[in-house]
Design a protein around this ligand. Structure first.
Ligand code: ADP
Ligand code: ADP
Length: 233
């Protein structure tokens, strides 16, 4: 079952009279349960592609279906709704609210989704238990290590049971031990059937994914799913 279907997607930025072709002609299908790393040098179009996949931005050409829904026809409000319902985001900088405890951070997507108070608390605590932080639910981000903060962010990404977990350089701010912990957590999520797409420039991180897509000059230059395994890295 396809979770992501990009067909001839392009994104062009206009800078005065200049045009920047950030993404040129990307056709990509990612199925349910896949664990995919998108890699490529700085300026190759990874963030632009990530923003399109994450429904944070819309393409200038081509079509995008997320879990069967045509994203191209949506307005800002519908995009916000589809983001909240379909995607769990994990960022390099964690993006946790410092004044809220771990479980209060994790319940946030459920508030936007209109889930009741008791169910929110129960599901937030369950999500924290799943990432191994059941003993830290009342800690604030500043009372947790970097690796623990990233696990809170992963719990927040999972709590709404999204079709897709989208991670942007999730290990970029972690030391090697915490990176290994985070990668083990992604392995577990993959084993549980989650669909994971992460963007990284670290080959150590990309090596753990089951499929590696390399982006170059706004295009997919290699995709290990094309039978070209090994050549992508
Ligand atoms: P990466 O994430 O791989 O570093 P980006 O997607 O950020 O690549 O950028 C791809 C290209 O698009 C770059 O040439 C960049 O300068 C350009 N670009 C990105 N965002 C904008 C923008 N908002 N306006 C104009 N050009 C942009
Ligand atoms: P690490 O060595 O993994 O970076 P830390 O040394 O930051 O971890 O923290 C070790 C333990 O102490 C963690 O379990 C964390 O929850 C707890 N801890 C860290 N800082 C605080 C704090 N300011 N208040 C309460 N507990 C803390």
């Amino acid at each position: 079952v396809p979770v992501i279907e990009l067909t001839e997607v392009a994104k062009t930025y206009r800078m005065g009279t200049q045009e920047v072709h950030a993404v040129r002609d990307v056709s990509l299908r990612i199925d349910e349960g896949e664990y995919v790393a998108i890699i490529g040098p700085s300026g190759s179009g990874k963030s632009t592609l990530m923003n399109i996949i994450g429904c944070l931005d819309v393409s200038s050409a081509g079509s995008y279906r997320l879990a069967g829904e045509d994203v191209g026809v949506m307005d800002e409000i519908e995009l916000a709704e589809v983001r909240n319902r379909r995607i769990g985001f994990v960022f390099q900088q964690f993006h946790l609210l410092p004044s809220l405890t771990a479980w209060r951070n994790v319940e946030l997507p459920l508030i936007y989704a209109g889930v009741g108070r008791e169910a929110r608390r129960r599901r937030a605590i369950e999500a924290l238990e799943r990432v191994g932080l059941g003993e830290r639910v009342d800690h604030k981000p500043g009372e947790l290590s970097g690796g623990q903060q990233q696990r809170v962010a992963v719990a927040r990404a999972l709590v709404g049971d999204p079709a897709l977990v989208l991670a942007d350089e999730p290990t970029g701010n972690l030391d090697s031990t915490a990176t290994e912990d985070a990668l083990r957590l992604f392995d577990e999520l993959h084993a549980q059937g989650r669909t994971i797409v992460l963007i990284t420039h670290e080959t150590e991180v990309a090596d753990r994914a089951r499929r590696v897509i390399r982006v170059k000059d706004g295009c997919v230059s290699t995709d290990s799913a094309d039978g070209n395994v090994g050549a992508a890295i």
